[in-house]
Design a protein around this ligand. Structure first.
Ligand SMILES: Nc1nc2c(ncn2[C@@H]2O[C@H](COP(=O)(O)OP(=O)(O)O)[C@@H](O)[C@H]2O)c(=O)[nH]1
Ligand SMILES: [Mg+2]
Length: 333
């Protein structure tokens, strides 16, 4: 990946990873091509982007008339980021959502109780992370809505069932099914540069039901048969074991920082509602979260935080730090 890609390029790339239709993909790819700095170091990427664009265009033309039916399922993003809980039948996905959030999906000892995605908000200190419970993935079933959710998520929590002798086979079926599609799991989210549409979503592995008497034995088998290098969190979704570590890891995996805003006329910042942006994000990104007019008309800001002197004047390109307090000053254009 060549260095010095613009913010617009990186944003378009992220949107491309999340795209759920070829039309969206095409739009993002075109922005990426436009934003790509043109020099020797980017020749290869430039060629790849052009190739991808022509392939997506061809796919679009070929698919005309039999346009893919969209499920119409939409789930607004909320909170500091989105984690999707996936796994085989009965792994404990719904129980995990119940234990980490206030959502109340049905938990039952038979498969396919959960038929559509169910969101919940997981508190972490003073912010929330959106978690989504999903229907199971099996050798035969991997519904397009779950697939789209995984592609668009900041992270995946992959459950395996240590409470049953069938758990490992069911888990292997999940992995095999994912690997037969262009929606895959990895230690870090990324796009495959050589294969259009192949996307990897950052994953945490959570072997569940460690309260089961045979769990340790099954875990050993799991490690022997499915060696994976995802960070691993042993949990009992039902009894709560390991859930605090998992909760912290979910938040940490989002890699965001919190910023509190303060009105120039107020003494105290608004601590009740932090804004979150990706680590490395700027003041301008924060302003955009508030309102696009804010971003457009931003003159400067004053910052109170760990990395600056109290009340330091900064511009839109200031990289915000966790727990910064910012006072935005806007002026008419
Ligand atoms: N022993 C034990 N059972 C669990 C645990 N988590 C879930 N279960 C049980 O496993 C079954 C399936 O749970 P559910 O959350 O509905 O699984 P899902 O199909 O993945 O959503 C239910 O009978 C749960 O009570 C756990 O941590 N320990
Ligand atoms: Mg369920």
């Amino acid at each position: 990946m060549p260095a010095n890609l613009t913010q617009q390029y990186l944003k378009a790339e992220e949107a491309y990873r999340r795209a759920s239709s070829p039309e969206e993909e095409l739009e993002c790819l075109q922005v990426m091509l436009r934003e790509l700095p043109k020099h020797k170091g980017t020749d290869k990427l430039n060629a790849e982007l052009k190739q991808k664009i022509s392939r997506v265009k061809k796919d679009l033309e070929a698919g005309k008339g039999k346009a893919k039916k969209s499920s119409g399922f939409k789930l607004p993003r909320q909170g500091a980021g989105r984690g999707v809980i996936i796994g085989g039948p009965n792994a404990g996905k719904s129980q995990l959502l119940r234990s980490l959030t206030r959502a109340t999906p049905e938990v039952a000892p038979y498969p396919f109780t959960t038929r559509e995605p169910i969101p919940g908000m997981m508190p972490w200190e003073d912010v929330y992370v959106q978690l989504v419970d999903t229907p199971p993935i099996t050798a035969d079933v991997f519904d397009p809505v779950t697939q789209a959710l995984i592609r668009g998520a900041d992270l995946v929590v992959l459950l395996t069932d240590l409470g049953s002798d069938d758990g490992i086979d069911a888990f292997q079926a999940v992995l095999d099914h994912l690997n037969s599609t262009k929606t895959r799991l990895a230690r870090e989210s990324c796009l495959d540069e050589n294969d259009v549409g192949l996307s990897y979503t950052r994953t945490l592995l959570a072997p569940n039901k460690i309260d089961d008497p045979a769990a340790a034995e099954r875990l050993e088998m799991l490690h022997a048969f499915c060696p994976l290098d995802f960070p691993e969190f042993l949990i009992s979704a039902q009894h709560g074991t390991g859930l605090e570590d998992l909760r912290n890891a979910i938040y940490a995996a989002l890699d965001v920082v919190r910023v509190y805003t303060k009105l120039p006329t107020h003494k105290e910042p608004d601590y009740s509602r932090p804004f979150t942006v990706r680590r490395g994000g700027t003041l301008l990104d924060v302003a955009l979260l508030i309102h696009k007019d804010f971003a457009q008309n931003l003159r400067h800001a004053r910052v109170w935080g760990s990395q600056v002197h109290d009340g330091t004047m900064v511009k839109g390109d200031y990289v915000v730090c966790d727990k910064d307090v910012v006072e935005l000053h806007v002026g008419l254009p």
